[in-house]
Design a protein around this ligand. Structure first.
Ligand code: C2E
Ligand code: CA
Ligand code: CA
Length: 772
C-alpha cells in the first residue's frame, strides 16, 4: 500500500472507475428514457392503428349499407317472401364478407337476419339468425341519425351500420351489416402491432371477454389494463368504446415488457462487456504506466541504499530525459561529490595538515597490525631540534617550511614501514625487525638524509633530530607502551644532550625521585639498607625445591621498600652496580651456608648485570668469594640477560666461559625478550635458559605462548641446555611445564620471594609437590 507504484496505480484505478461510472450512469439514464420512449411510441402507435382500423371498418360498413339500401333488387323483394330477401341480402353480405346482415321492417321487426357462423376448424357457414320476426331491440337507433353501433347477438359482438331504405319519401325499412369483433380481428392487430389484443364487453354490470389473440387471456387482466393498472412486467394500453348507455367495448393491447426491452437489453449487455474490456485494458495500461513511472524511482532508492552502505562505485543509469533522468544524473553527481568529499575527509583525518604525512591514527592502526601479526618492530621517535628557535627568530612560516623539508627528506628513507608526523616537530618511523640487527644502521640513515643544510632565502638551516628508540618485544609487548618508551627515551636524550637514546627501564623512573635515589643508593649499600629475598625454584621432576634466586630489596629510610626495577638501572648507570652485586653475592653465599647448617642444600642464583661482566676484577671477586665461604662452585648460578651479552658478545662470551670452566652454572635470564639468534645462543657458554615470565604467565589461555614455550624447551634440550620457567602464576602452567619436560619452575604460584627466615621455615615444612 505504501509504495508509490501502488499509489499511482490506485489513483488510475479510481479515476478509471469514476469515469466509467459516470459513463455508465449517463448511458443507464439515457437508456431508461429511451426505453420509456420506445414503449410509449409502441403503445400509442398500436392504439392509433386500432382506431384507424376500427373507424375504417365503420366507414366501410356505412358506405356499403347505404349502397345496399339503394339497391332496387332488394327494395323489390323487401316486403315479399322471406327467401328472396335472404338470398338478396346474402349476395350483398358476401360482397364485403360481412358477419351479420339484417333487414328491419318499418314496424321495427327484424324480417331477415343472416349470421356467419364460424366453427372451430375455421370453416364458415351462413345461417339465419335467432332474432327473425322479433322486434328490433333498439328502436331508438332507427330514429337516430347515428348509423354505427355495437350490437350484441348471443355471444358475439358486432360493429354494425344501419341504413334506411326509402321508396320516394317513405321509409320501408332498414338494412344493417356488421363485422364481428372476434378473434380474427384480435389476431389481425397482433400481427400489425406485435401486441396481444383482448376485447371485452360490459353489458349492464357484467364484464365478458369476447375475443383475444392470446389463448391464455384472462378477463381480470384485461380489466386491469383498461383501468390503467398494468402489472410491471407488461407494457399495455387500454381503450373503451362506449355504446351509448347500453354497453362498453373494452380493448386491451399488451406485451411482455421483457420481450419489448429484449433488444435494448442485448445492446445493454454488449455495452457492458465493452466497458469491462476497456476497463481491463485501461487498468493494464495504468499498471504499466505506474510501473514505468516508479521504475527509475525504485532504481534511485536502490542506489541510495547502496550509497548509504558505503559503496560509491556503482552509478544509477536512467536513460530518460524527464525530471527523473535529470534527478538520476544529479544523484550520480552528488554521489561522486560525496565520494570525493569523504575521501578528502578520510585523508584529512589520517594525515597531517602541514606535511600530508600519515598521522597518529594511521600509526595506531599500523601498530595494531604489527601486534596482530606478532611482528617484532622498532619505533624511532624523532624530534626536530631547535625548531622553537627557528619559529621565534625567523617566524612560523620558516618553521613550517623547515618541518616540510624534513618530512620530504624523511619520506625518501628506505627500510622503514611507516613514517608518521604526529605533532609539530615530532615524527615516528616504524621498522619491522626480521633479524636482530642493531638500530645503529637505521639511526645512521636518518642522520644522513637530514645531514645537508636547508637553504631558505639565503639562510642556511640545519636539520637536526634527536631520536628515542624502543622495540617490541625487546622492551615490552604492547604497542601502547612501546610508544611511551620511545618517548621516554627521546626525553632522556634531551636531558643528557645526546642525539640518540635507546629505551631501558632505568629511563622510566621519575627523574626527581631518580636523582635522590642516585644519591641515596651509595648510602644504602654501606648503611645496610639492602635486604635479600629469596624465591624458590621447584624441580619439576621431583617436586622438591632445589634452587633459589636471590632478589635484592631496598628498604629506603623515607620511601620504604623500593623495588629493584627502580634502582638496579640507576646502580648500573652510576657505576654502583658492582658494589651492589658484591653485596648480594656475599650475602647469598652466607645464606647458602646458613641453609647448609639446617640441612638444606640449595643452589643459589644471583642476577648479574652487563656492567658486572665488563668490570675487570669481577671474575676474580666471584672466585675469591666462593673460596672464602667455601661454597662449591656448582651451587652457584649466575643469571645473565641476553642483552648483557648482546652489547659486547666477544668479551661476554669469554668471561662466561671462564665462569663455566670454574664450575658455576650460567643461566640466560629473560629468555625470549631479546633478539638472540640460535647461532648466537650456540656460542654462549651456558647451562640453562630461563624463559621470560611474559610467556609463562599466559600459558593457560594463549595457544601461541604454549607453542613458543614448548619449542623453546625442545630447542634448549637439543642444545644440551636445561630450562627454567619463571612467572608460574597458576596450577595449569605448573603442570603443563612439568608435562613438557621443563626442568625448573619459579613463580608466585609456588612461592613469592620471601625473606630468608620465612623461606627457611617454608622450605623445611614443604612436602614434595605431586604433579598431575
Ligand atoms: P628477574 O631476574 O627476572 O627476577 C624475577 C622477577 O620476577 C622478580 O621481581 C620476581 O619477584 C618476579 N616474579 C617471580 N615470580 C613471579 C610470578 O609468578 N609472576 C610475576 N609477575 N613476577 C614474578 P623483582 O624481585 O621485582 O625483580 C625485578 C628485577 O630486578 C629482576 O628480574 C632482576 O632483573 C632485577 N634484580 C633483582 N635483584 C637483583 C640483583 O641482586 N642484582 C641485579 N643485577 N638485578 C636484580
Ligand atoms: Ca633473574
Ligand atoms: Ca627473569
Amino acid at each position: 500500500m505504501k509504495s508509490l507504484q501502488t499509489k499511482i496505480f490506485l489513483f488510475f484505478v479510481l479515476l478509471l472507475l469514476l469515469v466509467q461510472a459516470i459513463a455508465l450512469w449517463t448511458i443507464v439514464a439515457g437508456n431508461e428514457s429511451q426505453e420509456k420512449q420506445a414503449i410509449t411510441n409502441r403503445l400509442t402507435t398500436a392504439k392509433t392503428i386500432f382506431s384507424a382500423q376500427f373507424n375504417s371498418r365503420r366507414d366501410y360498413l356505412a358506405a356499403f349499407a347505404e349502397t345496399a339500401a339503394k339497391d332496387y333488387g332488394i327494395k323489390q323483394v323487401f316486403e315479399d317472401e322471406l327467401r328472396s330477401l335472404l338470398v338478396a341480402m346474402n349476395n350483398h353480405r358476401k360482397r364485403i364478407d360481412a358477419d351479420l346482415a339484417m333487414a328491419i321492417s318499418s314496424e321495427g321487426v327484424i324480417t331477415a337476419q343472416l349470421v356467419l357462423d364460424k366453427n372451430q376448424a375455421g370453416e364458415s357457414k351462413v345461417k339465419q339468425g335467432t332474432e327473425g320476426k322479433q322486434a328490433f331491440r333498439f328502436p331508438q337507433w332507427l330514429e337516430s341519425q347515428e348509423q354505427d353501433h355495437l350490437y350484441v347477438l348471443g355471444d358475439s359482438v358486432y360493429q354494425i351500420s344501419l341504413s334506411p331504405m326509402n321508396v320516394g319519401a317513405k321509409t320501408i325499412g332498414w338494412l344493417a351489416f356488421g363485422f364481428e369483433i372476434d378473434q380474427k380481428l384480435a389476431q389481425h392487430f397482433l400481427n400489425i402491432t406485435q401486441l396481444h389484443t383482448d376485447f371485452a364487453i360490459k353489458v349492464g354490470d357484467e364484464w365478458r371477454l369476447i375475443a383475444s389473440s392470446n389463448t391464455d387471456a384472462e378477463l381480470s387482466f384485461t380489466k386491469r389494463v383498461v383501468n390503467g393498472d398494468t402489472p410491471n412486467d407488461y407494457i399495455a394500453i387500454g381503450h373503451l368504446v362506449d355504446e351509448a348507455g347500453q354497453l362498453q367495448l373494452a380493448l386491451a393491447m399488451y406485451g411482455l415488457r421483457a420481450d419489448i426491452v429484449a433488444v435494448l437489453q442485448e445492446q445493454w449487455w454488449q455495452f457492458l462487456i465493452l466497458t469491462f474490456i476497456t476497463l481491463l485494458l485501461s487498468l493494464s495500461v495504468a499498471y504499466l504506466i505506474a510501473a514505468s513511472i516508479t521504475k527509475p524511482i525504485k532504481q534511485l532508492v536502490k542506489q541510495a541504499k547502496i550509497v548509504a552502505s558505503g559503496d560509491y562505485n556503482q552509478t544509477v543509469q536512467i536513460t530518460d530525459s524527464s525530471e527523473l533522468g535529470q534527478l538520476a544524473s544529479e544523484f550520480n553527481a552528488m554521489q561522486s561529490a560525496v565520494l570525493s568529499r569523504e575521501k578528502a575527509i578520510t585523508h584529512r583525518a589520517n594525515h597531517d595538515g602541514l606535511t600530508d604525512l600519515p598521522n597518529r591514527s594511521v600509526l595506531k592502526l599500523a601498530l595494531q597490525d604489527l601486534a596482530d601479526r606478532k611482528q617484532p618492530f622498532r619505533v624511532f621517535h624523532l624530534n626536530l631540534s631547535r625548531l622553537k628557535d627557528v619559529n621565534e627568530t625567523l617566524g612560523h612560516d620558516v618553521g613550517d617550511w623547515l618541518i616540510k623539508a624534513a618530512a620530504r627528506r624523511l619520506s625518501t628513507l628506505e627500510g622503514f614501514q611507516l613514517l608518521c608526523h604526529i605533532g609539530a616537530d615530532e615524527f615516528i618511523l616504524l621498522a619491522e625487525l626480521n633479524d636482530d640487527s642493531a638500530p645503529d644502521l637505521a639511526v645512521e640513515k636518518i642522520h644522513q638524509v637530514l645531514e645537508e643544510n636547508c637553504e631558505y632565502q639565503g639562510i642556511s638551516l640545519q636539520l637536526q633530530v634527536r631520536i628515542g628508540i624502543a622495540a617490541v618485544p625487546e622492551h615490552c609487548h604492547d604497542t601502547k607502551s612501546v610508544l611511551q618508551m620511545a618517548d621516554t627515551a627521546l626525553h632522556h636524550s634531551h636531558k643528557v644532550n645526546q642525539l640518540v637514546q635507546i629505551y631501558h627501564q632505568g629511563l622510566d623512573v621519575n627523574s626527581a625521585e631518580r636523582l635522590s635515589l642516585i644519591n641515596d643508593l651509595k648510602d644504602a649499600i654501606v648503611d645496610d639498607q639492602l635486604e635479600l629475598h629469596f624465591q624458590p625454584k621447584l624441580n619439576l621432576v621431583s617436586g622438591i625445591v632445589t634452587h633459589v634466586e636471590a632478589l635484592v630489596r631496598w628498604r629506603h629510610p623515607t620511601l620504604g621498600m623500593v623495588p629493584p626495577d627502580n634502582f638496579i638501572h640507576i646502580a648500573e648507570q652510576t657505576g654502583q652496580i658492582n658494589a651492589l652485586t658484591h653485596w648480594v653475592f656475599i650475602n647469598s653465599l652466607k645464606q647458602y651456608k646458613a641453609w647448609c647448617e639446617v640441612g638444606l642444600n640449595i643452589n643459589i642464583a644471583v642476577n648479574i648485570s652487563a656492567e658486572n661482566l665488563k668490570a675487570p676484577d669481577f671474575y676474580g671477586f666471584i672466585c675469591q668469594s666462593v673460596e672464602t665461604y667455601n661454597v662449591p662452585a656448582e651451587k652457584v648460578t649466575l643469571e645473565v640477560t641476553e642483552s648483557a651479552v648482546v652489547d659486547d658478545p666477544e668479551a661476554a662470551i669469554a668471561i662466561l666461559q671462564k665462569f663455566k670452566n670454574r664450575g658455576m652454572r650460567i643461566s640466560i635470564d629473560d629468555y625470549g625478550t631479546g633478539y638472540s639468534s640460535l647461532a648466537q645462543l650456540k656460542q654462549l657458554p651456558v647451562h640453562e635458559l630461563k624463559i621470560d615470565k611474559s610467556f609463562v604467565q599466559r600459558l593457560c589461555d594463549d595457544e601461541d605462548d604454549r607453542i613458543i614455550v614448548r619449542s623453546t624447551i625442545e630447542l634448549a634440550h637439543n642444545m644440551g641446555l636445561s630450562v627454567v620457567a619463571e612467572g608460574i602464576e597458576d596450577e595449569f602452567a605448573l603442570n603443563w611445564l612439568a608435562q613438557n619436560k621443563c626442568e625448573l619452575g619459579q613463580g608466585y604460584f609456588i612461592s613469592r620471594p620471601k625473606p630468608a627466615k620465612e623461606l627457611t621455615a617454608w622450605l623445611l615444612e614443604k612436602k614434595p609437590y605431586i604433579f598431575e
